[in-house]
Ligand binder design. Structure first.
Ligand SMILES: NC(=O)c1ccc[n+]([C@@H]2O[C@H](COP(=O)([O-])OP(=O)(O)OC[C@H]3O[C@@H](n4cnc5c(N)ncnc54)[C@H](O)[C@@H]3O)[C@@H](O)[C@H]2O)c1
Length: 345
C-alpha cells in the first residue's frame, strides 16, 4: 500500500511512462487525473521531452528506460514510444514484474509479436493493448446493444474512420502501411462488435497525397470483412477529411439499427428562410474525440491491476488485429483477392 492517510488508506498504482510524444502526453494527463494512479516516472531518449512532461506532472524524468524498470516502487508501465520499441519494452517490463499497457500496434511483424509472447508467456504477464476506442462511451453502448440483441441478428457493420489530414512522409515511411497503422483500430472494433474475423478483402487508392504513393502506401481504402458468425463489415478509411475527424459506426440487424455519429464542437444550429444547418464541422482532434475513452481505458487498467483481475483488450487481441491487417495488406497487393484469416499461432 502506498500513499494514504491514517483515516483512509488509498491504494495507488505507481506508473512509469515510456515515450513523451503525442500519445505519451495523453496518457500522462490521464494518469495525473486518476484518483488511484500516480505518474512516478517518464522516460524518453529526448531529455527535453521527458523533463518537460515530468515537470508538468511532478514525475521523475529519465532518458534510460531501465531506470524506470529498476525502481521496485513502480507497479506498472505505459508504453507510448514508437512501435518498433514496443516488444522489447514489453518483455523487459514483464521480466521486471511490472503490469503493462502498450500502445497499438504491438509490432508491425507478426513473427516479432509471437516471439515476444513466447518469451513472456510463462511469467503469466499482465499486458493490455491500448485499443482505446473500445472504451469510448458511444462505441461501447453500440456494442452492448448489439450483444443484448437490440437489433436482432447483426447482419452488416459499417465503420467509417477518416483522419483530418495525412501524417508527414517520414511517418508514412515507417508506419507499416495504412492497414497496420490506421485500419488496425477498426479491425479491433470489428472484432469487439462482431467477434472473430475469418475473411478479408481490401481495395485501396492514391487520391490524396503523392508522398504516400511514393512510399508505396495508399491513402484511401475500403475493406470488407466477414465474421465467423457470417456477418459482413465494411470499413472505410481516408487519410484526409476536410469536415473534421470522421468517426461513425452503423450496426444493422434483423430487428433494427444502431448508429454512432460524429462529435461536433457545439450543438448550435442556424435556421433561416428555407434552410437550417449546423454551423460546426466535426471535432478535429483525435485526442478530443476520444478523450473519454483514454480516461476510461486507464481506469480499467488501474482498477484491474490493483484488483488483480484480467485486463482487456489483451495481447492476443493486439495479435488478432495485426493478423487481419496483414491479410488486408495481402488482399490489396493481390488486387483485391479475398484472404482467409488464420488466427492460430
Ligand atoms: N491509441 C491511439 O490513439 C494512438 C495515437 C497516436 C499514436 N499511437 C501509438 O503510440 C505510439 C507512439 O506514437 P506517437 O504518435 O506518440 O509518436 P511520437 O513520435 O509523437 O512520440 C514518440 C516518443 O517516444 C520517444 N521514444 C523513442 N524511443 C523511445 C524509447 N525507447 N523509450 C521511450 N521513449 C522513446 C520519442 O523520442 C518520442 O518523444 C505508436 O505506437 C503509435 O502507433 C496510438
Amino acid at each position: 500500500l502506498r500513499g494514504g492517510t491514517d483515516k483512509e488508506v488509498i491504494v495507488m498504482l505507481r506508473i512509469g511512462l515510456f515515450g513523451c510524444g503525442r500519445i505519451g502526453k495523453v496518457h500522462a494527463a490521464a494518469v495525473a487525473a486518476h484518483p488511484r494512479a500516480e505518474l512516478a516516472w517518464v522516460s524518453d531518449p529526448v531529455l527535453d521531452s521527458a523533463a518537460t512532461l515530468g515537470d508538468r506532472y511532478g514525475a521523475r524524468a529519465t532518458v534510460h528506460a531501465q531506470e524506470v524498470l529498476d525502481d521496485p516502487t513502480v507497479d506498472a508501465v505505459i508504453i507510448g514510444s514508437p512501435t518498433p520499441t514496443h516488444v522489447d519494452l514489453i518483455a523487459a517490463a514483464v521480466r521486471a514484474k511490472k503490469a503493462v499497457m502498450c500502445e497499438k500496434p504491438i509490432d508491425l511483424d507478426i513473427a516479432r509479436v509471437d516471439a515476444c509472447w513466447k518469451e513472456i508467456a510463462e511469467l503469466s504477464p499482465t499486458v493490455m493493448v491500448a485499443f482505446m476506442r473500445r472504451f469510448d462511451r458511444s462505441i461501447r453502448a453500440l456494442r452492448d446493444g448489439v450483444h443484448a440483441g437490440q437489433i436482432g441478428q447483426l447482419e452488416q457493420l459499417l465503420i467509417t474512420s477518416r483522419d483530418v489530414a495525412a501524417p508527414p512522409r517520414s511517418y508514412i515511411a515507417v508506419s507499416g502501411g495504412i492497414f497496420r497503422d490506421m485500419t488496425i483500430h477498426d479491425f479491433d472494433i470489428a472484432r469487439f462488435i462482431m467477434g472473430d474475423v475469418v475473411e478479408v478483402q481490401a481495395m485501396g487508392a492514391n487520391l490524396i497525397d503523392p508522398d504516400i504513393q511514393a512510399e508505396g502506401d495508399v491513402d484511401s481504402v475500403m475493406v470488407t470483412v466477414r465474421s465467423a458468425d457470417g456477418a459482413l463489415c465494411q470499413i472505410v478509411n481516408s487519410r484526409r477529411c476536410v469536415v473534421g475527424y470522421d468517426q461513425r459506426i452503423e450496426a444493422f440487424g434483423s430487428a433494427g439499427v444502431l448508429n454512432v455519429g460524429n462529435h461536433v464542437p457545439s450543438t448550435v444550429s442556424r435556421g433561416g428562410p428555407g434552410f437550417s444547418t449546423s454551423s460546426d464541422g466535426y471535432v478535429e482532434a483525435w485526442q478530443e474525440r476520444f478523450a473519454n475513452a483514454y480516461h476510461a481505458e486507464l481506469d480499467h487498467f488501474v482498477t484491474s491491476v490493483l484488483a488483480g483481475s484480467a485486463v482487456s483488450p489483451t495481447f492476443d487481441d493486439g495479435r488478432a488485429a495485426l493478423l487481419i491487417a496483414d491479410a488486408a495488406t495481402q488482399s490489396l497487393i493481390s488486387g483485391g483477392q479475398p484472404i482467409r484469416v488464420v488466427q492460430d499461432a
